[in-house]
Structure formats: C-alpha cells, structure tokens
Design a protein around this ligand. Structure first.
Ligand code: GRF
Length: 206
C-alpha cells in the first residue's frame, strides 16, 4: 500500500467483521466507535490497542448531535474511510453528506434483495436458492448505495439459520477487508456518467 490509509470502523455488537479488519496487516484501523457501550466490538478494538469509544444517542441532545460528535471524533483520528461493520443504526443525512462517498457498509444479502434487518432470515422465509454478501457505498437510503463487491452463496442443502449465518460471516470476513484494501489502493472508482456503477480494478473485473 503506497500511502497511509487510516479507517474508522463503526459497530453495534459482536464485531466479528471488525476483527477481520483488525487481523488484516495491510489495513490500518485508527478508531472504532460503537452505538452501544456494551458492544463487544469495543473490547476487540481495545485489545488490539485501537482507540475506541461509544457514541450513544441517549447521551446527546438528539441523533444529529450524536452524529456531529461522532463525525468530529472520526476526523480527529484522521480516518479517510468510515466502515460500517454491523452498525445497526441509521446515520443522519448530514453525517452521510459530511463523509460523502467515504462510507461503506457490509450487508448479508445480494442487494437489492433483502435490504434492512433480518436479511438472512427473510431470504430463507422467501425460499431463496441463492443468498450472499454485498459491500456497498452508503447513501441516504437503507442499504441502497452503489455496490462495490458481491459474492453469492448457493443454498443447496442446509436451511438452518445458524449454519447459514456462519457461512455468510465467512464470506463477509473475506469480502469486507478486500473492499477496504481496494479502496485504500485507489482501485475503486464511481463511473462519472452513472453514479450507480462502481468500477473495481482487482484483476478479476477488468
Ligand atoms: C453482519 O452480518 C453484517 O453483515 C450485518 O451485521 C452483522 C454484524 O456482525 N450488517 P458482526 O458484529 O461483524 O459480528
């Protein structure tokens, strides 16, 4: 990697995707913020020697005030990319605009199928035969921003939710760090003629 590319990671719970980012020696996690003080992701960050803090809406006047404090903290840490890794809250419009084009999210479905919560359960309830993982830029909608990377998983045998979640997580733990590395290396660009289309130069999509 040519120049330093510090990232901030936002979590709400377990933080297994955060762990995959922390474990990747090519990625520099500069800060971890959580929407809940009890998020296990905060412990994972501290164990890795990374600055970590909770930004709970109830501790601020309203969500916008929380978002402003969070944004200021992220800027102080010098992060160039904000990674939502199991961050279970909607960020306000001002936050999205402030970090325009510099926020990514990992979602456990092949978007635009099954945006929002309980994506895996809803895919199973629907009888989907293929599920997957999407890493995408974040816009003002719910899981609606331009797609950076996707990987499909066939659902050929098991319909057991825990087992499928585990398989989805394995894919997430590969796909999210890969997307971050590609962005850090300047290999991801949005088509100026069609902002829905993201060009990824990873040797596979050329
Ligand atoms: C992941 O499945 C991610 O796709 C979704 O929330 C889950 C977070 O898991 N947005 P973890 O906290 O990274 O273990």
């Amino acid at each position: 990697m040519s120049e330093p590319f510090p990232i901030a990671v936002l979590v709400s719970g377990e933080g297994s995707n955060l762990q995959a980012l922390l474990d990747d020696e090519r990625i520099h996690v500069a800060a971890v913020a959580a929407s809940r003080a009890e998020a296990r992701g905060l412990e994972r960050a501290r164990a890795a020697g990374v600055d970590a803090a909770a930004f709970v809406i109830a501790d601020h006047e309203d969500r916008d005030a929380r978002d402003r404090a969070l944004g200021d903290w992220i800027d102080e840490k010098g992060a160039r990319l904000v990674v939502l890794a199991g961050f279970m809250e909607i960020l306000g419009r001002d936050f999205i605009r402030r970090f325009g084009g510099r926020i990514v999210n990992v979602h456990p479905s092949l978007l635009p199928a099954f945006p929002g919560v309980r994506a895996i359960e809803r895919a199973l309830e629907h009888g989907a035969q293929v599920i997957g993982v999407t890493v995408h830029f974040v816009d003002e909608g719910v899981d609606s921003g331009p797609i950076i990377l996707q990987e499909a998983l066939p659902l050929t045998y098991s319909r057991n939710v825990e087992e499928i979640e585990a398989r989805v997580h394995e894919v997430e733990h590969r796909l999210l760090p890969r997307a971050v590395r590609l962005i850090a290396d300047g290999r991801v660009s949005v088509d100026p003629h069609n902002p829905r289309v993201v060009r990824v130069e990873d040797g596979r999509h050329d």
